[in-house]
Design a protein around this ligand. Structure first.
Ligand code: PEP
Ligand code: MG
Length: 328
């Protein structure tokens, strides 16, 4: 099967009815593996910057961060690279910065932690900006945002980082372009603030792993409740449709970077809803490209209407699963 998928490695990613679908990489685990995908991925849709932090025994210096970010940015030159600011807390612990809490997934995570430690946040932002000198492909994304105020404060810190790096490097090197700033849509409170969020940021990326976890109140890592952790639950699907519809109304680019994007049935459902940009682990890109190239958007839209009329999750798996089987 892997050989079959490999045949599409250098092929374009579009459906049979010629709709362009961008397939990007979720990166961070291994710089070498990430770079090896630069010929087939349309860019990096999510660089989980906390992973290199987790592999160390102390916070990396600004210069160390510059080197690791620059490697990825230069290997994807001409393609977009979206770097997410540190998303520690929850299940992602730094050995040298222990966080002990009763409810870590509801606690000090992601943007909450970095806004409480602007010195950590600023070093990271400055490293990303420095790494992007002379390149034109960096965008920055904020994890675990639940309120507009978090975005406003983060934006002010990004402004400050950009002014400082621009002043420090003036005359020496190339221009530092001010990067696009986006947010992860993964905390349900944002679903009710999307219209107000739109003018504050340049793009959205949906984190279906956490969005599912928080919408359904089901731990994403707990095997005991794994059978009710369902990214195709009607409530999650309704949220996903609302996000793409609102993004279009406000002309905000939106992508999906949770596991659902790399799931064969998930990606078909998302394409039917109108999503055109997906970020996933490197092991999934070729398989999903193969599926995209076998699909037609008009057919998927009809299947979506049919599945919605049945009003239960099993309908999506059955109807889209059959479509997959028919295409080998
Ligand atoms: C998500 O929550 O869907 C996501 C992509 O972020 P992470 O899995 O790193 O929490
Ligand atoms: Mg997440």
């Amino acid at each position: 099967m892997d050989e079959l998928f490999a045949t599409v490695r250098s092929e374009a990613s579009h459906t049979l009815d010629q709709v362009q679908i961008s397939l990007l990489l979720n990166a961070g685990l291994s710089a070498d593996a990430d770079i090896a995908m630069n010929d087939t991925a349309d860019g990096v849709g999510l660089f989980r910057t906390e992973i290199p932090f987790m592999m160390r025994d102390r916070f990396p210096s600004e210069l160390e961060q510059v080197h690791s970010y620059r490697r990825v940015l230069t290997s994807y030159v001409g393609k977009p690279v979206c770097m997410r600011t540190l998303d520690v807390g929850g299940d992602k612990q730094l050995p040298y910065f222990p966080i002990v809490e009763e409810n870590p997934f509801l606690g000090w995570r992601g943007i909450r932690l970095t806004l409480d430690h602007p010195e950590i946040f600023l070093v990271q932002l400055k490293a990303m900006l420095r790494a992007s000198i002379g390149l034109d492909n960096l965008s920055i994304m904020l994890p675990m945002v639940g309120s507009l105020e978090e975005v406003r404060v983060a934006r002010r810190l990004l402004d400050r980082a950009w002014r400082e790096v621009s002043a420090e490097t003036a005359g020496e090197q190339g221009i530092i372009r001010y990067p696009s700033l986006g947010v992860m849509i993964e905390v349900p409170s944002l679903l009710y603030q999307l219209a107000e969020l739109a003018p504050l940021v340049d793009f959205w990326s949906v984190g279906t792993n956490d969005l599912t976890q928080y919408l359904l109140a089901v731990d994403r890592n707990n095997g005991r409740v794994a059978d009710i952790y369902d990214s195709l639950h009607p409530a999650v699907l309704r949220a996903l449709q609302q996000i793409i519809d609102t993004a279009r109304q406000h002309a905000r680019p939106v992508s999906i970077c949770g596991e659902l994007a790399g799931d064969p049935i998930g990606v078909l459902v998302l394409m039917a809803m109108g999503y055109r940009r997906f970020s996933m682990n490197n092991s999934n890109i070729m398989r999903i490209k193969y599926i995209v190239r076998q699909s037609r958007i008009d057919e998927l839209q009809k299947l979506l209407q049919e599945a919605l009329s049945h009003r239960h999750t099993g309908a999506f798996k059955g109807i889209f699963g059959r479509y997959l089987e028919e295409r080998g």
